[in-house]
Design a protein around this ligand. Structure first.
Ligand code: RNT
Ligand code: ZN
Length: 419
């Protein structure tokens, strides 16, 4: 039945000049990094304190992973429900240590991530990495790389350097380049007396981190901007302009845009092409901000679809945009949260690839905006769902009506037994 539906859909898309088989082939090769931190509400394994840095998870749905074994077990389950190419996205706070090799963040070593490498090799996925500049006692007055206290700033620079070494190790072991993203929550609740000082210190700190020897082909270092965080509403050092200009003036550094990190009417989908005019590569955190940077689960909503179009339809952009997910919802089943988010971005990419992008561009260039509008609306009701079902089959992933039952069973058998 579904084979018949696919062959009919294939014919329909063929009429508008789209070859669904080659679309499915392309889709299956686009890497999307899946963040480990949805599995345990961004707690990590290296300390017991609260989540800091101006970010927050809300909810207390049972079954959060409590240790590396549980997180890997859950992550594995989620991957089995998700079609396509994945990358594991880790934070430094997910270091796996024992009594004999305990280390603070400034002294983390590749060996603390060896079990993650084994896990990645088992599942044939690459690994992306993030220094963790939050949830730690050495965050002083909410500050890390911008701290006026030199000892504090030094500690965090050393952490960044350790992470460069770890990222290179991860890339070498997996044979896949590692995207290493620098994000800090440093900022001020109220009107600052000095906006420049922290930014100059931040600039110097990242430059020191970059001075750690590394192969830029293996370690792609990004800087992620932010407009505000909880408790730092008035000023964040790593603003949009700061990070974009930092990346633009430091060869090899990529700007990273998280679509929760802008004013609500600013659209990341509109920014991607501007950045691609100037950078060989850029990086994205795809999330769903609801009124603020709330990190809700990614859905197949308009902005996600629009972002996906920008990733696929410009020359070469597909290979130049490093895609990662970034959300954390503790109020629902976490495996389902991951799965819905990942399957949504896959659907958005599929929809974008199924567009007759060249034809649409020509209409725009000819100034035929009436036909363009009509066609863009017609595309919305084409049998995309039948192509999606075929993709799930080809990737051996469970169907739309199947995956949730698998999550429910896992919840009953595994998650609800975590007391
Ligand atoms: C926070 C940033 C950042 C984090 C992760 C956990 O606002 O989006 O990317 O979500 O590093
Ligand atoms: Zn982010």
């Amino acid at each position: 039945m579904s084979a018949k539906r696919y062959s009919e859909a294939k014919e329909i898309y063929k009429r508008i000049g789209v070859d669904t088989d080659s679309v499915l082939e392309t889709l299956s090769t686009i890497p999307v990094a899946i963040h480990c931190w949805q599995g345990d509400d961004v707690k990590g394994f290296d300390q017991d304190g609260p989540l800091t840095g101006g970010i927050q998870t809300t909810g207390n749905y049972p079954g959060a992973a409590r240790n590396p074994e549980e997180l890997m077990q859950d992550y594995e389950k989620m991957m089995s429900l998700c079609p396509g190419t994945k990358k594991l996205n880790l934070h430094a706070s997910y270091a796996i240590m024992n009594e004999s090799n305990k280390a603070d963040r400034d002294a983390l070593k590749p060996e603390h991530f060896a079990p993650w490498v084994d896990f990645a090799l088992k599942h044939k996925v690459g690994i992306d990495f993030n220094p963790t500049f939050f949830s730690h006692e050495k965050v002083k007055d909410g500050l890390t790389l911008t701290s006026p206290d030199e000892e504090t700033r030094r500690f965090w620079i050393e952490h960044g350097k350790a992470c460069v070494r770890i990222s290179e190790y991860l890339a070498k072991e997996t044979g896949i380049p590692c995207v290493m993203n620098i994000w800090i929550g440093d900022g001020y609740k109220d009107i600052p007396a000095d906006r420049m000082g922290p930014r100059l210190r931040y600039k110097d700190s990242i430059e020191q981190i970059l001075s750690e020897p590394h192969d830029p082909k293996l370690v792609k270092i990004c800087v992620e901007s932010k407009v505000f965080g909880i408790g730092v509403e008035s000023y964040t050092a790593g603003s949009g302009e700061f990070t974009l200009l930092f990346a633009a003036t430091h060869p090899g550094v990529l700007p990273l845009m998280d679509n929760g990190h802008y004013h609500p009417t600013e659209m990341v989908s509109d920014k991607i092409s501007s950045l691609l005019c100037y950078f060989d590569e850029i990086a994205l955190h795809i999330t769903r901000p609801v009124r603020w940077d709330s990190d809700h689960v990614v859905l197949l909503d308009d902005e996600t679809k629009e972002i996906a179009k920008e990733i696929v339809r410009n020359k070469d952009s597909l290979s130049r945009v490093n895609i990662a997910l970034d959300f954390f919802d503790a109020s629902i089943n976490r495996i389902a949260a991951w799965t819905i988010g990942f399957r949504s971005i896959q659907k958005a990419l599929l929809l974008a690839l199924l567009n007759p992008n060249e034809t649409l561009k020509q209409l725009q260039d000819k100034g035929d905006f009436t036909r363009l509008m009509a066609m863009q609306e017609e595309l919305k009701t084409l049998p995309f769902g039948d192509v999606w079902e075929e993709y799930l089959d080809r990737c051996n992933a469970p169907k739309e009506e199947e995956w949730f039952g698998i999550v429910e069973k896992y919840e009953k058998d595994v998650l609800f037994n975590r007391k």
